[in-house]
Design a binder for this molecule. Structure first.
Ligand SMILES: *Cc1c(COP(=O)(O)O)cnc(C)c1O
Length: 356
């Protein structure tokens, strides 16, 4: 069997969730969209179900997968519905949903709901992607409040630059949110992971942590965190061949790496089809039998190559960790000019092994 494995530590997930909720101060929806950022949405939701206040996903398809697996806690559709016909199953499966556009508001008004709805009304406080503008927001809130079939409205917004500690934009967005929602009835929800970790002055009733649940730090390296994040995903494979290169010999496609001295190369059964960033440069961090090492040569679909010159005891069968406790996914992302979000979500094909 191919030795590419993603070990998923569900205890670490629970630890990170508790940290997120304590930083959020109150209640936290665990964001498990995109298959829980590559970690497996059903397994992660089950691991959190007894303690999470609820979950958040991008679309009804993701919510139904959770419901079908027996998840009974609240589930929020972060982008609401994509067509009005989804309102039927939303009610049937007892889902919460965002209303972030005029057409969605109109669809909710026209819908004759057999049961009360929980709506998250979204303000565009400056991200300029989804949500009602500050000018429209109060009118939208009034229209929703007037509907008998809407039982609760949560006031939400989303931060665009909370991962930039020196940027004034988050404070401006929060001030815009406070102005637009002043005096309106309803819980509030503002913070994603970078806001929870980097902006203690921002707050709301419902936090919406995603990335930090998986133990990845969204803030720039060097910024101190208010608590420990434990990596949840540990991705590894094995060395399946070893080559000795003479000075001047290349390895892999395009000869991107050429040995400048005698070099021992290990071939690892993991490639971009498993989700490793294809653009990873020579020198990108790996861990070889637990010791720091580096990638050399261009990443192939099913394989990549590492430098074993400084690892004389490593050979065929040695374990190479691509990300996890070392290197952390953020270190790999920084080396590749990618984001931890992107690398985690890209995981596929590798066998997922869960530890409770
Ligand atoms: C994805 C998402 C989140 C989670 O963001 P992280 O940065 O991963 O914590 C929160 N809120 C909304 C609206 C989202 O789309």
């Amino acid at each position: 069997m191919r030795p590419a494995i993603a070990r998923i530590d569900l205890d670490a997930l629970r630890h990170n969730y508790r940290l997120a909720r304590s930083l959020g101060g109150n209640k936290a929806l665990a964001v498990v969209k995109a298959d829980a950022y590559g970690h497996g949405a059903v397994r992660c939701a089950k691991a959190l179900e007894s303690e999470a206040d609820g979950f958040a996903v991008a679309a009804i398809e993701e919510a139904l997968e959770l419901r079908e697996s027996g998840i009974r806690k609240p589930i929020l559709l972060l982008e609401g519905f994509f067509e009005p016909s989804e309102l039927e199953p939303i009610v049937q499966h007892d889902l919460w949903f965002a209303v972030a556009s005029r057409w969605q508001l109109e669809a909710v008004e026209k819908f004759s709901s057999p049961r009360p709805l929980r709506v998250w009304l979204k303000l565009d406080s400056g991200m300029h992607r989804l949500g009602f503008s500050p000018q429209e927001f109060r009118a939208a809130h009034a229209r929703l409040s007037a509907l008998k079939h809407v039982e609760a409205i949560t006031l939400m917004t989303h931060m665009a630059r909370a991962d930039e500690p020196d940027c004034t934009r988050s404070a401006e967005q929060f001030a815009a949110f406070e102005r637009a929602t002043r005096g309106l009835r309803g819980d509030t929800s503002v913070c994603n992971s970078p806001a929870l970790l980097g902006w203690p002055q921002l707050h709301g009733d419902w936090a919406r942590p995603g990335l930090m649940l998986y133990g990845a730090d969204p803030l720039p390296s060097g910024v101190e965190l208010p608590g420990e994040l434990k990596p949840v995903m540990h991705v590894e494979s094995k060395i399946i061949a070893v080559r000795e290169l003479a000075a001047g010999e290349p390895v892999g496609y395009g000869a991107r790496f050429v040995a400048d001295k005698p070099t021992r190369v290990g071939v690892v059964a993991f490639g971009y089809a498993d989700g490793y960033p294809q653009m990873a440069p020579n020198g990108a961090p790996v861990s070889i039998d637990g010791k720091p090492g580096k990638l050399i040569g261009r990443v192939s679909m099913d394989m990549l190559t590492v430098d074993l010159t400084e690892h004389p005891n490593a050979g065929v069968g040695s374990t190479v960790q691509l990300w996890g406790d070392a290197p952390r996914v953020t270190e790999l992302a920084d080396a590749c000019g990618a984001s931890a979000y992107q690398i985690l979500c890209a995981l596929k094909r590798a066998k997922q092994v869960y530890s409770e």
